[in-house]
Design a protein around this ligand. Sequence first.
Ligand code: AMP
Length: 477
Amino acid sequence: MCGIVGIVDAGGVSLSLYYALYALQHRGQESAGIATFDDEGRLYKHKAAGLVADVFNTTVLSTLKGNVGIGHVRYPTTGANRPENIQPFNFHFQNHDISIAHNGNLVNTAELRDSYEQRGQIFSTTTDTEIIAKLITEEIRGSGGVEDAVLHCMRTLRGSYSVILMVDGVLYGFRDPLGIKPLCVGKLKDGFILASESVGVDALNGMFLRDVKPGELIRIDGQGMRSTQIAVASHHAHCIFEYVYFARADSVIDGALVYDVRLNIGAKLFEEDPIIADSVCAVPDSGTSHAIGYAQRSHIPFVESLMKNRYMGRTFIMPSQKQRENAVRIKLNPIREHLRDKSVVLVDDSIVRGTTSRRIIEMMRDSGAKEIHVRIGSPAIRAPCYLGVDMPTRSELIASNKAEEDVRHSITADSLHHISIESLVAAIGEERCNLCTGCLTGCYPVSIDGEQSHETVVDFVEGTYQSRLESFGGDNS
Ligand code: AMP
């Protein structure tokens, strides 16, 4: 869970990177950073802990010169919350200036790091991104091109990685062969943008072109955009949780508008286990589109009965259980007049630890709600995520060893229903074999020590790369 962006634009990039990162802020709130290159090959950078709006101001942005740059917002998965872990990482290597931003999580970091350290190499961060940087420089040192370097990454890395890279003022983006984390490309008036989600393109009034394909390398410079397919996998493994919770509802990810997926989920929740009540209430914001879908399909009125304090971050980032419980109260306030003596269908995107649902139900009952029927837009989350979503361990996941009825009892709902995997897959509109459902089934698309996995065959393109120039009209065609 991180947001990444890269822009090539003849009119300068710092302000555009700032706006695009702002649109991707939901993907990471811990730190933000931008690196740019000017025409003389000089690198400019600024990064710090905090939100995009706190880290940058007009004075800082005016120092980030050049027509090509990349940016990152971080939500930590691998690597502690330390200043040196803030991305983009910038380094100078054999007359090359390289800058890198990564979204995803590798599962073979420890063994790769160990093998480098055995050879006397040092690391300056605790992140898996530095491993990607090492692989890239290793290949460039052996006089390979960026294509060879990305092939080397795809052969060696296990896990999820959408990466944006600048090498000597040329922008590159690539996605792991399974396409676990999103990455898309858009056209700007005088350039191109790569971004984790299409809302980054929209923020600049750009034209969304397409998703970067799994295993594809995109190269962008002043001449235009080139595509090279480096690896082709027998199936894909798009993260199901992007659709359920993580991505913004107004993003298009791998061909599906997230908002529509969530409406479909809501409709299917009603079809699977219909319940008639006085109103449908969302847990805002994450459950809102699911709840609208339920209301539309059931013809039960959608009534806002929980009001969200817009100025509060996601409760999940509270480190202790006590803090998380108190945070729910500050974040959501029930509207008594909408709840008193009412039966309510309460719709949320997911239950992870169960803390949020339990507290919300308690508050709603205190406000006079008569019946609370909980409907959840994801199947029960039974296993941790190793591939980029910050999920707790099995012992903290309420559904890891409890049946739905026990979870219902624990969160004190009158009834509880999670969408089935089949309906969720149908709501997304993708084949099940192309989605990662590891957190729902405990079976992962890549091999992970001590866990079950299914087999993926990946074919690599060797030696001669067939790159294709993509034209879209205008100056960059
Ligand atoms: P809880 O069941 O109390 O652990 O919290 C579940 C709520 O947290 C869900 O309704 C989501 O809105 C939100 N959520 C789910 N997964 C995550 C995550 N990985 N990081 C932050 N928030 C999450």
